[in-house]
Design a binder for this molecule. Structure first.
Ligand SMILES: *Cc1c(COP(=O)(O)O)cnc(C)c1O
Length: 403
């Protein structure tokens, strides 16, 4: 059964794509293939340039059956022709940047993005002669105004980490198409269930699969989904030559997690909405940012662009000193929620992000961009990844530490 082009539903796709029974043993659950090399039936070419879709497995940095199975599953869930898995989400972003950009090219990056991405774009790309513009992606005039003749890529992230601001992907993709630029989207917070990036025109759909797609906090990995042609170039340059490939063991774990992604996202959303509503009425909480709440400044866009509001939210408690105090209490006294970075796991996770510290370390924003950030985040926010526990238990845990 070919899942990719069939009309089966998303739950069936997530379970069966890339998970065919083993042709030799009949094993229903996938094996892990740890072999680094493969015995050839006949002499084969030794350059990665000789590879195509029908090439036999030759060496596990080029292609590995367990990683290939996960790539097939993610492409099917995402609704793209192909996918490349890499060692981490950061390896996936680096792959997109270094494969699509050369010296003299220009890239537009969201002013707020995953901290590692913001730092990579600002500190590393210019060293290679790549021009970088940092733009508020929700401001379409700013995006249009930043486009230049040498703009090759617009890198978006929606909802954006950590303030939950959204980017209108279709509108940004339309602007990019007119300019002949490609669009990449870090869709980690949304997951493929919430936002159908490729349908909206995104060329490179990127995920830290450490988060929702793996879903259990036990394996680091990254993925880029897109057309066969784009992914083939990425595989050659980023996978085979830069070499940051995913281990087969991680691919196997992440594929097991990905099989339940549609069901988990439904539960994340249901629970998150109950937690967001609880926090919104809590006397110590001054603001909750969750795309599923009517109070989210871009709730209309969220309804248009997201088929699921995911389990990610941020909330404020007032001043930075209030935040510091509550963060210290959380780290000591939370019983169910873990005070830890990362997100998208079955366990709920929370982390305090004071605005000033984040500006110094990662974002370096000034003027209007800083104002817009403060508008969302004030002096600081708690980033909460709502897991799959019972909403009442999470609310009780939060209530105790909010005091
Ligand atoms: C975690 C994360 C990344 C980086 O992924 P790693 O797997 O940790 O390398 C990139 N973008 C977003 C939005 C993330 O949450």
């Amino acid at each position: 059964m070919s899942i990719r082009n069939s009309t089966v539903g998303p739950r069936t796709t997530a379970i069966h794509a890339g998970g065919e029974p083993d042709p030799h043993t009949g094993a229903s659950a996938p094996n892990i293939v740890m072999s680094s090399t493969y015995v050839c039936d006949e002499p084969a070419g030794f350059s990665a340039h000789d590879l195509n879709e029908d090439s036999p497995f030759l060496y596990s940095r080029w292609a590995n059956p367990s990683v290939a199975a996960l790539e097939k599953k993610i492409a099917a869930i995402e609704g793209t022709e192909a996918c490349l898995c890499l060692a981490s989400g950061m390896a996936a972003v680096t792959a997109i940047f270094l494969t699509t950009l050369s010296a003299g090219d220009h890239v537009i990056v969201s002013d707020v993005s995953y901290a590692g991405v913001a730092e990579l774009a600002r500190d590393t790309l210019p060293r290679f002669g790549i021009e970088v513009s940092i733009v508020t992606m929700s401001d379409l005039d700013a995006v249009a105004g930043a486009i230049k003749p040498n703009t090759k890529l617009i890198h978006t992230e929606t909802p954006v980490n950590p303030i939950m601001r959204l980017t209108d992907l279709k509108a940004v993709c339309d602007l990019a198409k007119q300019a002949g630029a490609k669009v990449s989207c870090d869709s980690t917070f949304a997951s493929p269930i919430a936002t159908r990036c490729a349908d909206l025109g995104v060329d490179y759909v990127m995920h830290s699969v450490t988060k929702y797609i793996g879903g259990h906090g036990d394996a680091v990995g990254g993925a880029v989904a897109g057309t066969t042609e784009n992914i083939r170039t990425l595989t050659l340059e980023a996978g085979i030559h830069h070499g940051g490939v995913m281990s087969p063991f991680n691919a196997w774990l992440i594929a097991r997690g990905a099989s339940t992604l549609p069901l988990r996202m439904k539960a994340h959303e249901e629970t998150a909405l109950q937690v967001a509503q609880f926090l919104e009425t809590h006397p110590k909480v001054t603001k909750v940012l969750y795309p599923g709440l009517e109070s989210h400044p871009q709730h209309d866009l969220a309804k248009r662009q997201m088929q699921n509001f995911s389990g990610m939210m941020s909330f404020q408690v007032g001043s930075e000193s209030d935040g510091d105090r509550i963060a210290a209490r959380m780290a000591k006294d939370l019983e169910i929620i873990h005070y830890a970075v990362s997100l998208g796991h079955h366990r709920s996770l929370v982390f305090w992000m004071p605005t000033e510290g984040l500006m110094e370390s990662s974002f370096h924003l000034e003027g209007k961009q800083l104002e817009s950030y403060r508008d969302y985040a004030g002096d600081g926010i708690f980033r909460l990844s709502v897991g799959l526990e019972d909403a009442e238990d999470l609310n009780r845990d939060l209530d105790r530490v909010l005091g």
